[in-house]
Write a protein that binds this ligand. Structure first.
Ligand code: AMP
Length: 328
């Protein structure tokens, strides 16, 4: 399994970009570019409450992708931001040339989980400096063949699409806030998607359908040839023209914090595809297996803690276990 230079150098270095460009004036193109929120979360789960946790959809997705592929982040933080989140990204070897710092407040989200760890209420979302962020992508970001438009406003997602390779593989994630408030802009982004990942409630909200099969059909009519519908602890479904696949979730022994599970899932799946330059159905399905496994490690601990000591051999071990468990 691949360990990118980025991840190896990230553990040693503290530079803006941890990859090794020695002997070359121009950094090589990244495998994968992720746009998504980077910020601070206040989270209450039945197990624990923590404030000011390093979070954001972009942070989770990049951390997961970095196990497989060289990954760069497009995001912005405010001048109130201390270095904790950046040091997380550096630890995972994520390229941070696309991470801007602007005067103003950093993205902040707070949420509370009910006793089932499934239903979650957003208490507040402050976009802060993301509200009018206009990124200019570095040259080696523009050449990446894979793009993950993680959860953030669809106008910003589109801005990144316009600067990317026209033939890039584009995965799109979103959430109820954007479905409810920026539907038209979101539909334009979804129209460009090669793969759409949504949870079951979001799929129903976006399409107005109830049965997930009907939701997937309606979503594919919007543009994406592949739709992954996530169902939390019940796994995920992949829909393409060729058929439907059912993927179980790894049954974790302990649940601590489900925040970011969807972003870890999408990040690992895209990292897997980008590292192999693959876009076929079988590879997407294998990417989803890695996505489920990385997410399972994430939810066992709070915030990103579950990924801090994670290595490829533990990931491969759990992938083998999941495959064995789901033989029927
Ligand atoms: P998930 O649990 O997969 O939905 O991801 C939760 C993460 O997404 C948290 O770290 C939040 O900071 C981030 N997040 C929550 N709401 C939004 C939003 N409206 N836009 C972008 N990121 C968000």
């Amino acid at each position: 399994m691949l360990w990118t230079m980025g991840r190896v150098f990230g553990i040693l270095g503290g530079m803006t970009s941890d990859r090794d460009f020695s002997g070359s004036s121009c950094p090589p193109p990244l495998d994968l570019v992720v746009v998504g929120s980077v910020g601070l979360d206040d989270i209450r789960t039945p197990a624990e409450t923590r404030e000011c946790v390093t979070g954001g959809a972009g942070t989770y997705a990049c951390a997961a992708a970095s196990f497989f592929a060289s990954t760069g982040i497009v995001a912005v933080v405010g001048d109130d931001f201390d270095c904790d989140c950046e040091s997380w990204l550096s630890r995972f070897g994520v390229d941070r040339e696309g991470l801007a710092r602007r005067p103003g407040r950093t993205f902040r989200w707070s949420g509370v989980y009910e006793d089932d760890f499934v239903n979650r209420r957003t208490l507040s979302t402050e976009l802060g400096v993301f509200a009018d962020f206009n990124p200019i992508l570095p040259e080696n970001y523009r050449k990446a063949g894979y793009l993950l438009l993680g959860n953030i406003g669809p106008e910003l997602q589109w801005n990144v699409v316009e600067q990317a390779r026209p033939d890039a593989f584009v995965a799109v994630d979103t959430m109820d806030l954007w479905i409810n408030t920026q539907r038209e802009a979101l539909l334009r982004v979804i129209g460009r998607a090669s793969l759409l990942t949504l949870n079951d409630a979001e799929a129903r909200l976006l399409t107005g359908c109830h049965q997930l099969r009907d939701c997937a059909e309606a979503l594919m009519e919007m543009g994406p040839p592949a739709v992954a519908i996530k169902k939390g602890e019940h796994g995920a479904l992949l829909f393409t023209e060729e058929g439907i696949s059912i993927l179980p979730a790894y049954p974790v022994k302990r649940l601590s914090d489900p925040t970011g599970a969807g972003d870890l899932f999408a990040g690992a799946c895209l990292g897997y595809l980008a590292a192999r330059k693959a876009a076929d159905r079988a590879s997407i399905l294998t990417g989803m297996v890695y996505g489920s496994v990385v997410a399972s490690f994430g939810v066992e601990s709070f915030g990103l803690d579950g990924l801090a000591e994670l290595d490829m051999s533990s990931i491969e071990g759990r992938v083998a276990e999941l495959r064995e468990m789901s033989r029927c």
